[in-house]
Design a protein around this ligand. Structure first.
Ligand code: C2O
Ligand code: CU
Ligand code: CU
Length: 482
């Protein structure tokens, strides 16, 4: 495996003479880091009640290693998108322009909105067209995101860079004692991976194994950069982690093993912070964590084995214990935060409220092996936009049992939130106790899911595996809420 980015930086340093100087004073890792690109910080766009936010989906050109440009796509950006921050209680008008050469949609993943404006495969935007949904923000503060969702083409479009983070705020973070200065002590950390061609272009040519297990890259990216460095204040910092990779699960820990504190999951705050030293973030999942940099020491955030593929069919895996990003405390904090206790704790899930029990079995192994007859399925059926798989009653809750037949699958539902009652026969992980919309199912999980947004038969919500290659090939179903 070559690490294009770092080799390039080293070469540049050697040419400039700085490499030789660094070599005399330290080891190779320092040389590499001495020239590490800065963590790209997406522009912040604030939504205000009744105002319009324009988002333009378009081709772009972006350098993933800080040196060579690659053809990409982005949303009002060359790669990725501005971070859109909206306030609970406001209604935002979006104007989504499609300046791509193909059909697309823009799905608000994690926003609790009616299916009419959800941006799923039924909300297509043709090239040159504009989609203008009005979005009323009524949910608790949370980190959400947005990405295209066109039928059968989601994986490729997201891979090109069409993805962004959305922050729902309720204006209460200063009172909660939480870091909330965007780009200073409140940072978006968008995790992805990619393969590149020898000349640095994005390489998305999934083979049969990639289609079966999901497409994983051999270079890890944070906010679209390979191994960047972030300057942070020497105090408590909030990281908004978003796994926007097509298929890879990130297995996060800090290089010195320091603890960190999960304060929120997909759907918002989880009560008391969960102290952890390692955290798995599956595709589509978000976690907000607090990390203490008060000791002033630089530290790396590392990624370990992907539980989805460790040992699977003996395939050696790229990207083991790779550096995702290095944090360098470089200034005194503007505000000294202490670890908060008792943030908005979600009520205990009440299973007695459930009116139905349904089982969904996710299966990808049959794909392509039995003569290529059918792709990945849920309950033996491949996705069909013309078929409603489930009809649920609005303002009720149900127990959904998700079974992963052959490998772990990150299961996601649109327009609804759930609580994890159990996963793999174990108690719910401390980080996963709150409201969620994605859960990594390794064996079998039980969810208490609440439907409060409308989705008529003509425009149902989606539920699917968030491995985008699985989704595109049919591991998706439709639920109407009436
Ligand atoms: Cu992240 Cu169906 O979506
Ligand atoms: Cu979604
Ligand atoms: Cu899957």
């Amino acid at each position: 495996m070559t690490d294009n980015g770092r080799i390039t930086r080293r070469t540049l340093l050697a040419l400039s003479g700085a490499g030789a100087a660094a070599l005399a004073t330290g080891g190779l890792p320092d040389i590499a880091w001495a020239a590490a690109p800065a963590l790209p910080l997406p522009k912040l766009v604030e939504g205000r009640d009744g105002e319009t936010i324009v988002l333009t989906m378009r081709p772009g050109s972006h350098s993933f290693d800080g040196v060579r440009p690659a053809a990409t796509a982005g949303i009002s950006a060359d790669y990725l998108a501005p971070v859109v921050r909206v306030r609970r209680g406001d209604t935002i008008r979006f104007k989504v322009e499609n300046r791509l050469k193909e059909e697309t949609t823009l799905h608000w993943h994690g926003l609790m909105v009616p299916s009419a404006v959800d941006g799923g495969p039924h909300n297509t935007i043709r090239p040159g067209d504009i989609w203008a949904p009005e979005i009323a923000i009524s949910q608790p503060a949370a980190t959400t995101w947005f990405h295209p969702h066109p039928h059968g083409r989601t994986a490729r479009q997201v891979y090109q860079g069409l993805t962004g983070m959305m922050i729902v705020t309720d204006g209460g973070d200063a009172d909660r004692g939480l870091p909330n200065a965007y780009g200073v002590d409140d940072l978006p950390i968008i995790l992805q991976d990619k393969r590149f061609t020898a000349n640095g272009a994005i390489d998305y040519r999934p083979n049969m194994m990639d289609l079966m297990h999901g497409f994983r890259g051999n270079q890890l990216l944070v906010n679209g950069m390979i191994a960047p460095e972030a300057a942070v204040p020497a105090g408590l910092v909030r990281l908004r982690l978003l796994n926007a990779a097509n298929a890879r699960n990130f297995s996060l820990r800090f290089g010195d093993g320091r603890p960190f504190f999960v304060i929120a999951g997909d759907g918002g705050y989880i009560g008391d912070p969960a102290e952890l030293r390692a955290l798995i973030v599956a595709p589509g999942e978000r976690y907000e964590i607090l990390v203490d940099f008060a000791d002033g020491r630089a530290v790396e955030l590392l990624n370990g084995d992907d539980p989805d593929t460790a040992g699977m069919m003996g395939i050696p895996l790229p990207g083991r214990s790779d550096v995702l990003i290095r944090f360098r405390p470089s200034s005194a904090p503007q505000v000294s935060y202490r670890l908060p206790q008792g943030l908005d704790a979600p009520a205990e899930p009440d299973v007695k409220t459930a009116v139905s029990w349904r089982t969904f079995t996710l299966d990808s192994m049959s794909m392509g092996m039995m003569g290529g007859k059918h792709g990945p399925t849920i309950n033996g059926r491949s996705f069909d936009m013309g078929r409603i798989d489930v009809t649920a009653k609005r303002d009720t809750s149900e127990i959904w049992e998700i079974v992963a037949r052959d490998m772990p699958h990150p299961f996601h539902v649109h327009g609804a939130r759930f609580r994890v009652l159990g996963n793999g026969g174990r108690k719910t992980e401390p980080a996963a106790v709150g409201w969620k919309d994605v859960v990594l199912v390794e064996d079998r999980a039980e969810l208490l899911i609440v439907f409060d947004q409308p989705a008529p038969l003509a425009k149902p919500f989606m539920y699917h595996c968030h491995i985008l290659e699985h989704e595109d090939q049919g591991m998706m179903g439709q639920v109407a809420i009436i």
